[in-house]
Write a protein that binds this ligand. Structure first.
Ligand code: FBP
Length: 552
């Protein structure tokens, strides 16, 4: 393998563990806390999880290890989108498992949940693990998005676990994957398989967090990577003084990534989907909001700027969601073929006009033609519009351009407007984990093994107090059922972990809100620069502004 100097150096990095996990496995003891109850719908969740509901929260402390001495054979999967630090969860798990007993075995099931279903795995050894220490990516075993949720699937997993003598399975994933981890744990317990299931909180989107889980791993590194790039773009904008940059950042639904990048870089504009939904903003209102900033800055002679657009924004615009629902209905079943057979865009446009309500057609009609066509041409196998493919950075820049043309004609705007577009997503998901993510992930993996060795199942590996230095972090576990409530999914009431959206009364948003009017007009850019792996701790070990604001 060809190694870059940084990769070689990162192999040598020793991730920091929480204080109570230092000093050897023999000195880690468990302290049980209060019994738990789910955040809502307690009776329903309790009935669905009779074997795993209501268990106690636990914390590890220094003391004599009292775990049963038993050989552990653990299987691990990575599930969903890549997030920096995934490799370190596995290396932490491996190190703890081998420190406890060198005969313990770690299986890595390949390609996400599919690996468990197809019994496709590797058995890790030191050389294998050492090649992935402190590196980005999920390439150690790959990942996948297959949902592990049916009884038939669980039966296959139980069968494969039995065949391989597994004592536990660790699922590294987001809210859906950990919901499935809880259901699998319940199945394993109900069927007396003896297989424990532990989850670890992953996603760059930052939307798996709650009063127990302070942050999902990967959010720190991904947002630092995007913020570096946005800061560089801001500096270019401020140097050339001729472009407005529209930067879309990942985050399938929640706008945590956009908000964190805004706190890091202080752009002129940052849209927050949750606010757009709460204020029921229309596309025209959002366009005017951006155009006002462009106009005011132009009046000061600043024909440049930066706007951050969260990936999931359009689904938060009520009139846009209604339009999407109507388009899905309009093209249901055989109507797709009828639509596709129409000879020209004009003919298709008339078909659309006849099929939508006047209100939705009004929304459709103000969209740039490229976006209109995208809505009808790029659909998923069920015929639905693929909202995640909509180029919202172009949508808003084109709508702003049209609005500015009107203002120019009216004589209120006299500036020049040139736009550049960017989409930052995949660039950040496999970056070398920051020191924070390297430490946090290693700790989550190490801690997952401690939960296994003490016999817990249906728990999420929990490391808290993470805005403080690592020696003050607190390691423990929380029953996943505590984080669950009932939600309507595909026409059914299901027990799920509640997705954390940006809280409009939370400190990160409040800080942004208090400053954004100034940022919209003045040039207040900040340039975070690249992630630093070596150097002073106040440069290398800082966590996100979101976490700092939330925890203080
Ligand atoms: P997870 O929630 O599975 O961690 O993935 C989140 C994410 O990175 C989103 O930000 C993005 O919308 C999506 O994955 C992209 O998925 P894909 O890799 O399938 O294109």
């Amino acid at each position: 393998m060809n190694l870059s100097p940084l990769q070689k150096a990162r192999y040598e990095y020793s991730p920091k563990l929480p204080g109570m996990l230092r000093g050897g496995i023999a000195e880690i003891c468990v302290k049980e806390g209060a019994q738990t109850a789910s955040v809502a719908d307690q009776d329903k969740i309790k009935a669905l999880f009779p074997n795993t509901y209501g268990k106690k929260e636990i914390t590890f402390v220094k003391g004599q290890n009292t775990a049963e001495a038993k050989k552990q054979v653990v299987g691990v999967i990575l599930s969903g989108g890549q997030a920096p630090g995934g490799h370190n969860v596995i290396t932490g798990l491996y190190d703890a498992l081998k420190a406890a007993n060198k005969d313990n075995v770690l299986y890595g099931f390949k390609g996400g949940p599919d690996g468990l279903l197809k019994d496709d795995y590797v058995v890790f050894d030191d050389a294998f693990i050492d090649a992935y220490r402190n590196t980005g990516g999920f390439d150690i075993i790959g990942s996948g998005r297959t949902k592990l949720e049916t009884k038939e699937q669980f039966a296959v997993v139980a069968e494969n676990a039995k065949k391989n003598g597994l004592t536990a399975i660790v699922i590294i994933g987001g809210d859906d994957s950990n919901t499935n981890a809880a259901t699998l744990a319940e199945y394993m317990a109900a069927n007396n398989t003896g297989v424990q299931v532990i989850g670890c909180p992953k996603t760059i989107d930052g939307d798996l967090k709650n009063e127990d889980i302070e942050a999902s791993f990967g959010f720190d590194t991904a947002t630092k990577t995007y913020s570096e790039l946005i800061g560089n773009i801001e500096r270019d904008a401020n140097s050339a003084k001729k472009y407005w940059h529209f930067v879309k950042v990942m985050g399938r639904s929640a706008s945590h990534v956009a908000l964190e990048c805004a706190l890091e870089t202080q752009p002129n504009i940052c849209l927050i989907g949750e606010e757009v939904a709460a204020k029921k903003m229309s596309l025209a209102q959002i366009t005017n909001y951006i155009a006002d900033s462009v106009e005011k800055r132009a009046a000061n002679g600043d024909n440049f700027g930066v706007a951050i657009i969260p990936e999931g924004i359009v689904e938060f615009v009520p009139e846009f969601s209604k339009l999407i629902a109507e388009i899905n209905e309009l093209l249901a079943g055989s109507k797709t073929d009828e639509f596709n057979a129409l000879p020209s865009w004009d003919a298709k446009y008339n078909f659309i006009k006849a099929g939508l309500t006047a209100e939705s057609f009004g929304v459709f009609d103000i969209l740039p033609q490229g976006i209109q066509q995208q809505l009808f041409l790029e659909r998923d196998p069920h015929g639905n519009v693929q909202v995640s493919l909509i180029e919202s950075e172009k949508l808003f820049s084109e709508m702003v351009k049209e609005e500015l043309a009107k203002r120019k004609a009216a004589g209120t705007y006299k500036g020049k407007f040139g736009a550049q577009h960017h989409f930052f997503g995949y660039e950040g998901r496999c970056a070398f984990p920051s020191n924070f993510d390297a430490d946090y992930c290693y700790s989550l993996g190490y801690n997952a093994f401690m939960l296994i060795s003490y016999g817990y199942t249906g728990y999420l590996s929990k490391v808290s107090n993470i805005s403080k230095p690592a020696d003050e972090w607190v390691a423990g576990g929380m029953p996943i059922t505590k984080m669950m409530n009932m939600e309507r999914r595909n026409g059914e009431d299901k027990p799920v972990i509640r997705k954390a959206l940006v809280e409009l009364d939370g400190k990160p948003f409040k800080f942004f809100e208090a400053n954004r009017d100034k940022w919209a007009v003045e040039t207040c850019f900040t340039y975070p620069g690249a992630i630093q792996y070596y150097g002073p701790t106040e440069v290398c070990d800082i966590t996100t502004k979101t976490l700092a604001l939330e925890q203080n």
